[in-house]
Design a protein around this ligand. Structure first.
Ligand SMILES: [Zn+2]
Length: 196
C-alpha cells in the first residue's frame, strides 16, 4: 500500500479524491493513515489524518488536520464525511463522498469524487465555488438528479410541518432559512441545460 506517500500539488487547494483513497487501500483496510500534500511552489506541506469507520452499515471517513504556519500556532480541525456507493455499469460499486459542508444549516450531501480543503473546511467544488477544470468534469446522470430532488422534497415537507412562524423579531427563523435554501437548490437543479 502507498498510504503515506506524499502527494505533490502544484495548486493552492488540497484535494481529497475517493479514487485515491480506494487505490491506497485506506477504505478497504480501515486502517488510519496520514496523507501529505507537498506544495513545491509555496514550500508548504498539508497533512490530513484519515480514519475510516462504519456507522449504521455505512462507511464514514474522519478527517483530522491542522492549519496555519508552524510558528503562529496551529488550529486543529476535524470533519466527518459519509461515503456512499452506486452500482457500476460493468459490475461492482463505485464510492463517493457526500459533501459535508453546511449552508444555512442545510447539509450539501452532494455526491462527489473529490473534496477540496478551502477556508479550513472540506467541501465540494460547488460549495467552495471553484470553477470546472476540463479534466475532472463530473457528468451527473438524470437518475441521480431525480433522487436528489426527491430527498430535498421530503426534507422540505418535514421542515414545512415544523415551521410555525416565518419571522421572529423581524428576522426570518433558522428553520425557514433552511427551507428557503433547500427550495433554491431544488429549483436550481430542475433547470436542465443541454450543455455536455
Ligand atoms: Zn457541497
Amino acid at each position: 500500500m502507498f498510504a503515506n506517500e506524499p502527494k505533490t500539488e502544484t495548486d493552492h487547494v488540497t484535494r481529497l479524491s475517493i479514487t485515491d483513497l480506494t487505490k491506497r487501500g485506506i477504505l478497504d483496510g480501515m486502517l488510519p493513515c496520514t496523507l501529505r500534500w507537498q506544495n513545491n511552489i509555496l514550500g508548504t506541506e498539508q497533512k490530513v489524518d484519515v480514519a475510516v469507520c462504519r456507522k449504521g452499515g455505512k462507511q464514514v471517513c474522519e478527517l483530522s488536520y491542522e492549519l496555519g504556519a508552524p510558528t503562529k500556532g496551529k488550529n486543529f480541525h476535524q470533519c466527518k464525511v459519509s461515503i456512499t456507493t452506486t452500482p457500476c455499469h460493468y459490475g461492482g460499486t463505485r464510492r463517493w463522498f457526500l459533501c459535508p459542508m453546511k449552508k444555512e444549516g442545510v447539509l450539501c450531501k452532494k455526491r462527489v469524487a473529490i473534496l477540496y480543503l478551502k477556508d479550513a473546511l472540506f467541501g465540494c467544488r460547488h460549495c467552495h465555488e471553484l470553477t470546472y477544470s476540463s479534466q475532472n468534469k463530473n457528468h451527473r446522470k438524470p437518475a441521480n438528479i431525480l433522487m436528489e430532488n426527491l430527498e430535498d422534497l421530503l426534507e422540505m415537507q418535514a421542515l414545512q410541518r415544523e415551521i410555525k412562524i416565518r419571522l421572529y423579531k423581524g428576522k426570518t427563523t433558522k428553520k425557514y432559512r433552511q427551507f428557503e435554501a433547500l427550495a433554491k437548490r431544488y429549483l436550481d437543479r430542475t433547470c436542465f441545460t443541454s450543455e455536455g
